[in-house]
Ligand binder design. Structure first.
Ligand SMILES: Cc1ncc(COP(=O)(O)O)c(C=O)c1O
Length: 378
């Protein structure tokens, strides 16, 4: 018998979230691909689609305009699964030999440093010229050319366009604080607008927080077509600390379910689990749940982290161990061995609530679900 734990991935919820994201951009996902100026959507599916399984998103995000990810191998999986629309590699390529594959699979690449430009200058013109997005560092201070270097970098890319190594050259940046600071994000957009002004390529600026901030994508003023890059919202979690995914009209796409494998009564003064970090103040019933940090549940989730047992919201008790965790059953007298437990997702707490309690973000929990947890696709 396998352990009762599983992660259910809901294709209808993934699709719903794409539609809800598109609605923020005032487009519907079945529009005809005209050269209008409403943003196109790169559905961000990196890290195995934030833990949801990249093949699943090829199906669920069929109406997106493109998929964005990091890994060449993931891009190949998408092509082999039948994705024929654009694919963007968010960190671009790493070696000249990657460029062969980029050309072969018709991938779009981010260019963010001069080493990549040198590699492009040294390759023979491919049969199918490359599509690139040239990234500007507007304040994230992660990838991208410094504002003072950007025009020089873009001019070298333009030259490559004339020699037919490159087919198209978009412009791109990434927000550092779109979730919590209008001022910082306004300043990033101001720098983007100023430095890229006059370059004709498409723009790619907004992540989920940008898409769900009214007026944000419209603040990019080049007039070029835009490609937004939402990730977390597509999986039904929120990029904002203060706004729930539910209030944004999103549905959880992953539900982490398991069962009680033991129920016991403990006396006042009994400690629970490693370190006895929880001690019962009164006699109580507790349950042992088949899920631990080796399944991807955060070890640092403290007593009080919400859990739903047999449809009743209750709380985690004590320290999470490798394969098990304990819960308070005082409010769930009907709980038995085999009673269903939802750790996050549909019918349970949101992944963002669990993450907040554990001092992290929903992104990390979704990506961390371990390979040993079977995924059930519905
Ligand atoms: C370059 C880039 N674009 C877009 C995204 C999507 O961000 P989010 O999941 O917050 O929408 C990410 C995620 O980290 C990213 O690194």
């Amino acid at each position: 018998m396998p352990r009762p734990i599983s992660a259910t991935i809901s294709l209808p919820s993934l699709h719903h979230n794409l539609v809800a994201t598109a609605a923020q951009l005032n487009i519907n996902t079945t529009r005809t691909p005209s050269r209008d100026l409403t943003p196109r959507i790169w559905a961000v599916v990196k890290a195995d689609a934030y833990g949801h399984g990249i093949r699943n998103t090829v199906k669920a995000f069929g109406e997106a305009d493109g998929l964005a990810m990091l890994d060449l191998n993931e891009a190949v999986v998408c092509r082999e699964a039948g994705w024929s629309k654009p694919i963007l590699l968010l960190e671009g390529f790493f070696t000249p030999s990657d460029l062969k594959e980029v050309a072969h699979y018709g991938l779009t690449v981010t260019v963010h440093n001069f080493e990549q430009i040198a590699m492009l200058e040294n390759v023979a013109a491919p049969a199918r010229p490359y599509n690139v997005f040239v990234k500007l560092n507007t304040g994230m201070n992660r990838l991208g050319f410094a504002p003072d270097d950007y025009r020089g970098a873009y001019a070298r890319i333009e030259k490559l366009r004339q020699s037919r190594v490159i087919a198209s050259a978009g412009k791109m940046t990434h927000f550092a604080r779109a979730d919590d600071s209008t001022e910082v994000t306004d300043e990033q957009v101001r720098i983007f607008n100023e430095v890229t002004s006059g370059f004709a390529g498409a723009d790619s600026v907004c992540n989920s927080a940008g898409v769900f901030t009214p007026g944000r994508w419209q603040s990019v003023t080049s007039g070029s077509p835009q490609w937004v890059r939402p990730g977390i919202c597509l999986y039904g979690a929120s990029p904002f600390a203060e706004r729930s995914a539910q209030s944004m009209g999103l549905l959880p796409a992953m539900t982490l379910r398991t069962e009680l494998i033991c129920v016991r009564d403990i006396p006042a003064g009994a400690g629970v689990g490693y370190g006895h970090v929880f001690t019962a103040a009164t006699p109580m019933r507790i349950g042992v749940v088949a899920c631990g940090y080796a399944d991807g549940y955060p070890r640092h989730a403290p007593t009080g982290t919400p859990v739903v047992v047999a449809g009743v919201r209750t709380r985690l008790l004590g320290r999470v161990s490798m394969d098990m965790l304990s819960v308070d059953l005082d409010a769930v007298p009907q709980a038995r061995v085999g009673s269903p437990v939802v750790l996050w997702g549909e019918g349970g707490p949101s992944v963002d609530e669990v993450a907040r309690s554990a001092g992290t973000i929903g992104y990390e929990l979704l990506c961390a679900v371990a390979p040993r947890v079977p995924k059930i696709v519905v």
